[in-house]
Design a protein. Structure first.
Length: 268
């Protein structure tokens, strides 16, 4: 049975999810309904992706089997108030907002609702996303399975307890940004030694992709994989020692803690 997916809000993350489910064949473009206050985003959804983008939030809430809320956290209450009376009781509401608990979102509806939090990341757009699924108490096992399959269609999806949301955000939700910064530095390093930007980008990004794939597919601890690349008195160990001497490991850990602290602050 085909399902209909609605998006209220069509920013970067919503676009990544929508493209991911369609590219994976989970739904057809005509079964994706999009609305956003930005008319250009609605036009993009219609012309580039073939989505239905002329519907209001109320109409989408009435139509969708899965309703993905992709607006800013501070907009949730107002947006939910607009459509909550039009939503079917069996509709599954997916929140991708940092800082809003399931309990808080439930309070906006003022009635029992099937709510699940999901924390995906932008690599969903190219079929290799990582998503944490956190189902609310009103979600049946079949509901949770549907949502997990939806997000797993464009990557990996794991069910976790909501208490781990801050850990999820720092290790997968926000972490692509840290990796992009590292790739940027690697590109600059390659260019400093004579590579073109195009060539340095290809080499650096493929190396990072390959290293991640090694961790996933070999099951070998990253520490052991790192040591395997480092020959005594070789080039790699020289770079690793420099990173260690300049607290690379602890800088990254502290950056992730800052990210988690901000997530906790937003939840208050």
């Amino acid at each position: 049975m085909a399902i209909k997916i609605g998006f209220i809000g069509y920013g970067n993350m919503a676009q990544a999810i929508a493209k991911g489910v369609v590219d994976a064949g989970f739904v057809k473009p005509s079964d994706v309904f999009v609305t956003d206050i930005d008319l250009e985003k609605k036009k993009l959804a219609r012309l580039k992706m073939g989505f239905m983008s002329t519907y209001t939030p109320k109409q989408i809430a009435w139509t969708a089997d899965v309703l993905i809320l992709a607006v800013k956290p501070h907009q949730y209450k107002e947006v939910i108030n607009d459509f909550k009376k039009k939503m079917h009781k069996d509709t599954i509401v997916v929140s991708i907002a940092a800082g809003l608990t399931i309990k808080t979102i439930e309070s906006y509806f003022e009635k029992p609702v099937k709510i699940v939090r999901a924390m995906p990341n932008t690599p969903a757009m190219v079929g290799v996303g990582m998503t944490a699924i956190m189902p609310g108490d009103n979600m049946a096992a079949t509901d949770t399975e549907l949502i997990q399959n939806l997000f797993a269609s464009f990557g990996k999806a794991e069910i976790v307890d909501e208490s781990l949301i801050d850990a999820v955000i720092i290790t997968s939700g926000s972490s692509p940004a840290y990796v992009y910064m590292m790739i940027e530095a690697m590109i600059e390093g390659g260019m400093n030694e004579g590579m073109s930007r195009y060539m340095a980008t290809r080499f650096a990004s493929q190396a990072v992709y390959g290293a991640a794939k090694m961790v996933i597919e070999t099951g070998v601890d990253p520490t052991d994989l790192r040591d395997a690349v480092c020959s005594p008195n070789g080039t790699t160990i020289e770079a690793v020692n420099y990173l260690n001497d300049n607290n690379f490991y602890f800088i990254l850990k502290n950056a992730m803690k800052a990210c988690a602290d901000r997530s906790r602050e937003m939840s208050k």
